[in-house]
Design a protein around this ligand. Structure first.
Ligand SMILES: CCCCCCCCCCC/C=C/C(=O)SCCNC(=O)CCNC(=O)[C@H](O)C(C)(C)COP(=O)(O)OP(=O)(O)OC[C@H]1O[C@@H](n2cnc3c(N)ncnc32)[C@H](O)[C@@H]1OP(=O)(O)O
Ligand code: NDP
Length: 278
């Protein structure tokens, strides 16, 4: 996707993009890198990262890629220190790594719940705290962009990620306040349904249902999300902090992915029936 931004917008800066080996993360790494930033990417799978690093390097981007499971604090600390050693002090962190699976609330196992909350909430906090302490707070400069999801009206069908992402949204506000004194701005983007290697793992009929329930009647692209992230990471957004930006073709306002079957309403409790008589 051609960029609307000045070519040297991030010249001399270092940007960390978690989950930068694929999808929205790779599109963001490409966008920031083509705008001049040195890029650090991480993910769980080394082969995926190596392929992404090669793609970025072919575009002339200086890149450091290493395996790191964001759920494991020790791995996070080691990765964040390695970024400083290889590329220098990071001024941009994009917390993009994450994932979940469709499930009903009554059937999700304890391990399934934990896996998703650790991935999306704990991992995001571990990475943010570590980057802030080693890179941004000492330098008194930082932009954090958290990738969450469209959780504005709950997330039926994915209760675990809805809860975790709402946690990140609240964390975004808290850190925006606590770290304003260090010149660290913290914002979030909430994508609707975006066509990526991630959503390719979802049943196509669910994606089609989401498309139909999106006012703009299409799925988004990773490049579109990357442009919004680039704006929030840039100086143009210097006075913006603690805010969640939806990029979803209007889906947080209208249309439900969860079909509630037509059924007789349950009988009201006696007190409600009594009050209705008055
Ligand atoms: C029904 C209506 C739903 C509405 C749908 C709306 C339309 C789609 C909207 C999509 C919006 C968002 C899209 C994206 O975010 S795509 C990009 C991200 N990519 C992914 O989500 C795919 C990657 N997923 C994962 O990596 C995993 O989900 C996970 C985070 C859980 C990985 O963790 P881990 O590797 O630790 O997992 P384990 O294999 O160790 O399992 C731990 C427990 O979790 C259970 N589990 C894991 N995956 C699934 C699954 N696909 N289905 C059911 N259960 C799963 C697993 O069984 C373990 O629990 P148990 O030991 O109890 O079995
Ligand atoms: N596509 C969409 O419609 C939407 C996506 N999102 C969110 O956007 C983000 C990017 O998703 P998308 O690009 O679509 O999908 P991808 O599956 O392509 O991207 C997810 C990335 O996160 C990495 N990742 C996952 N778990 C971990 C972990 N524990 N530690 C380190 N890296 C991890 C994955 O790499 P690896 O497997 O190597 O670990 C992968 O590169 C995710 O947080 C996703 O949930 C939110 C709303 C909608």
């Amino acid at each position: 996707m051609p960029s609307i931004f000045r070519k040297d917008l991030f010249q001399g800066q270092v940007a960390i993009v978690t989950g930068g080996g694929s999808g929205i993360g790779l599109a963001t790494a490409t966008t920031l890198g083509e705008l001049g930033a040195k890029i650090a990417i991480c993910g769980r799978k080394k082969e995926k990262l190596d392929a992404a690093a090669e793609t970025l390097a072919k575009r002339g981007i200086e890149v450091f890629a290493d395996a790191c499971d964001i759920r494991e604090m020790e791995q996070v600390t080691a990765f964040v220190a390695a970024v400083k050693e290889k590329l220098g002090t990071a001024s941009v962190l994009v917390n993009n790594a994450g994932g979940q699976f469709p499930t009903t609330a009554e059937t999700v196992s304890a391990r399934g719940w934990e896996a998703v909350v650790r991935n999306n909430l704990n991992g995001t906090f571990f990475m943010t705290q570590s980057v802030a302490n080693l890179h941004m707070i000492p330098a008194k400069r930082g932009r954090v962009v958290n990738v969450i999801a469209n959780v504005a009206r709950g997330f039926p069908g994915m209760v675990h990620t809805g809860a975790a992402r709402a946690g990140v949204e609240n964390m975004t506000k808290t850190l925006a306040i606590e770290w304003a004194q260090y010149n660290v701005q913290v914002n979030a983007v909430a994508p609707g349904v975006i066509r990526t290697s991630g959503t390719d793992q979802y049943p196509p009929e669910l994606l089609e249902l989401s498309r139909e329930r999106t006012p703009m009647k299409r799925l988004g692209t990773a490049g579109e999300v990357a442009q919004l992230i680039a704006y929030l990471a840039s100086d143009a957004a210097f006075f913006v902090t603690g805010v969640t930006w939806y990029i979803d073709g209007g889906a947080h306002l209208w249309g439900d992915n969860w079909i509630i079957a037509d059924a007789e309403p349950p009988p009201p409790p006696a007190i409600v029936a009594e009050l209705a008589k008055e």
